[in-house]
Design a protein around this ligand. Sequence first.
Ligand code: GLU
Length: 270
Amino acid sequence: MNKTIIIKIGTSSITKDCEQGINLEILESLAKTSAKILKNNYKVAIVSSGAMGLGLAKIGAKNLEEKLGINPCKSNLTSYKQALTSIGQVELMKEYQRVFAKENIQVGQVLVSHSGIKDEQHNSTIRETLEKMFALNILPIINANDTVSSKQIVSGDNDSLAARISILLEAEKLFLLTDVDGLYTKDPNKHKDAKLIEKIESFDKELLNLAGDSSSNVGTGGMRSKINAAAVCQQKGIRVEILDARHAINLDKIVFDEDHSMKSTSIVPN
Ligand code: GLU
């Protein structure tokens, strides 16, 4: 098995809120756990969201409200999203570079276009570049090339990007880090009897419906795109773990099968 681990982290985990910027605690955990995984001759790549969130934090909500006359924390800022990522992506990489350097990890930025990753020829170029980065001990930090993308930024896009990268690199495992424990039978914020689905061996109709129906989703975790990403990976023999990013410090323990007491949804290959 190819010893490659892909970690995808969402905006709600990598940033604090729309005004405070990076979530340092989580970023430091990611750096520490990556260092441990890398020491065991694994390759690690991170698919990181947060460019838009950090762009907003950098420009300042108040400043934007004065300029645009809208509350950016409440509005979806559709036409400004791509412009905000132009400064947010720089901030994101600055933080990754600074924090990962403390663990002696060199990071490199990889911005991928939505159309590019679907194109066979382009795919092999991306794979080759990533393999060369691994050979040079550079940890790839991957995001969509939002600034010039012809497609508007949609939350959840990076779940499918992470799945594609995992397949491209024939990864052993994909971690989808989010702000909930995993996939629930019902929205746990609304239903006390909601149960965490700990293991998924096959995607029956009921499960797909659960992921397909946004009202029964776990709200903030954006489960629909995660389940779609997991289903694609499962078919290719890649194990997917959906778990709360607050467990990021323990990812190495899951990789090495040392401890799996953290709550999660594990999607096992069939
Ligand atoms: N690429 C977007 C960003 O960095 C996030 C897209 C997503 O959440 O899937 O802000």
